[in-house]
Design a protein around this ligand. Structure first.
Ligand code: HEC
Length: 143
């Protein structure tokens, strides 16, 4: 199940939608949603936050992490639509996690691939999915 349809960016600087439906033949994010790196089913958002600050924050805004990088898109903006109450469903965070995990593994330049790996990559994906566009998110681990 790879449901959430789109996370159009607010910024307009990059017009590419983030979350693609499975089956749409388009590069890395489809692989992300459909399991090439496996689904991210567990992770520790608190560890993910620390890793995000050190590995990702120089390029990405994420208010919950206090990062202000401008090389890549704001991850708050990237996932805001998916996280808004109109779109949100029980699968939303799962889908975002898988997309972020896929982006880490199959990043497009200038974003380096595999800045974090394995368990650490899962932790980062958990953190981003939990906290993108939600600066008051809780960082408790979950299954
Ligand atoms: C050297 C700068 C840089 C670093 C470090 C970096 N990114 Fe990126 N990231 C980018 C750029 C640039 C893009 C846009 C690539 C594109 O055009 O698809 C991007 C895209 C993304 C996207 C897709 C968002 C969208 O709107 O398309 C996600 C998710 C993401 N990065 C997560 C991360 C995570 C998680 C980390 C840390 C493990 C990270 N990035 C580290 C530069 C970076």
């Amino acid at each position: 199940m790879c449901g959430v349809a789109s996370a159009a960016k607010a910024s307009g600087r990059r017009a590419k939608p983030v979350v693609l439906l499975c089956g749409v033949a388009s590069a890395a994010l489809v692989a992300a949603g459909c399991g090439a790196v496996g689904r991210v089913t567990s992770g520790d958002p608190a560890t993910g936050k620390r890793l995000f600050v050190s590995k990702c924050g120089s390029c990405h805004v994420l208010e919950a992490a206090g990062t202000t990088g401008k090389v890549g898109p704001s991850l708050d903006d990237a996932f805001r639509a998916d996280k808004s109450s109109n779109f949100r469903s029980s699968g939303t965070e799962q889908t975002i996690r898988d997309v972020v995990r896929g982006q880490i593994a199959y990043a497009e330049k200038p974003m380096p691939t595999n800045l974090v790996r394995g368990r650490e990559a899962d932790d980062v994906a958990f953190f981003v999915a939990r906290c993108a566009a939600e600066p008051a998110c809780t960082l408790s681990a979950s299954g």
